[in-house]
Design a protein around this ligand. Sequence first.
Ligand SMILES: NC(=O)c1ccc[n+]([C@@H]2O[C@H](COP(=O)([O-])OP(=O)(O)OC[C@H]3O[C@@H](n4cnc5c(N)ncnc54)[C@H](O)[C@@H]3O)[C@@H](O)[C@H]2O)c1
Length: 403
Amino acid sequence: MCKNKLKILRPCVIGLGYVGLPILVNLSKKYNSSGYDINKQRIVELKKGIDIFGVFKKNNFNKNINFYSDSNKISSYNFFIVTVPTPILKNKKPDLSHIKDVCLTISKVIKRGDIIVFESTVYPGVTDNFCIPLIEKNCALKNGVDFFVGYSPERVNPGDNKHQLKKINKILAYPHNYKKKYILKLYSLLGKKIILTKNIKEAETAKVIENIQRDVNIGLINEIFLACSNLKLNFSNIIKLASTKWNFLKFKPGLVGGHCLPVDPYYFSYICKKKKFNTKITLAGRYINDQMAQVVKDIIKSKLKEMKLKKNTKILICGLTYKKNVADLRNSLALKILKMFKNKNKYIKGFDPLIDSKTAKNNGLFTNANQIKNFDVFIVLTNHSKMKKILKKVNKNKIIIPI
Ligand SMILES: NC(=O)c1ccc[n+]([C@@H]2O[C@H](COP(=O)([O-])OP(=O)(O)OC[C@H]3O[C@@H](n4cnc5c(N)ncnc54)[C@H](O)[C@@H]3O)[C@@H](O)[C@H]2O)c1
């Protein structure tokens, strides 16, 4: 067992995106903390107090925080929290390349007595069977003896003020006795209650199934919505009636995007398949939810047809991020819908007040509310809180909100 007399935890958060930055900001309230990101531009901006995701303002950043884009600089820290992306490849298989890179980075800076907690969403077994062996192989130290690895799934919910870090319970899987009290104290800054378990695989699985359950439930309500439309039944009336039962779950039909729901079911089904178990329901949400872009596009198309517009009517699709009040365009079906329309109609443009100017430019979008006055019809896909105020000045009869 490591005899290192580690008394003060010096945390370093690796990967400063939607998940990593809030963790770092919270830790910096009590710890001399650092954040490392491979994206140099992100570090330059964060040093100036700019968070292009719009979550944090300059005064949220504590002077205690050191931001680095050079991994050599993080060797003086002893508690690493990993929050890098875990997307899927084109063939829908897990892309662990960022996790792999981080493990290699850590193996270069790790010292005896250091602790690493992975927080990225993964399938069961990634921490034990992929990350730990990779680090051990490259640093000649041993987990559980020289350094200590845990896993804590993240429940950050961007755009949701009700469920901020300190207001929700957080799972921490830590199978060692080494510095457990110190770690729990540090983690108390990251959750209302810390649920401690020794089993990393169970914590990894808990995270993915939380998202699978939600994806499948939304998929089911999307299917019911489509079925009602096909059967010429009033969906909203039916949901109102069904909701009078005490255990009916009120999910809403709509577009599912982002970095979690469209991704995590593939992680779980991948490992199940590898272990010769074929999931039958896990991906069901994916099949339906991915179709919703086409469905919503068709709804809009028929509403536009009913309006009997001139060919050169200027149409603005408003709200393109994957979710209300979030600046994230990843896997956004709203953006996909815009692209489908833009391919066929040069008078259709996109607008989102939340996205940063560089991302907007790359995607050919407007962000400035003053630019919308030249348009004739407004289609709202992601209804940010800001949108109501912005659209106040336009003709109400020319606003379409598809479902
Ligand atoms: N976004 C969410 O709402 C959310 C919620 C819960 C869990 N998660 C999970 O958390 C993880 C991170 O998601 P996110 O949304 O914060 O991603 P993100 O893309 O917003 O941020 C990840 C950051 O990691 C950086 N990065 C990538 N490779 C790196 C490396 N090798 N070294 C250092 N930095 C590196 C990127 O530059 C980026 O800034 C994912 O596994 C995701 O599934 C996300």
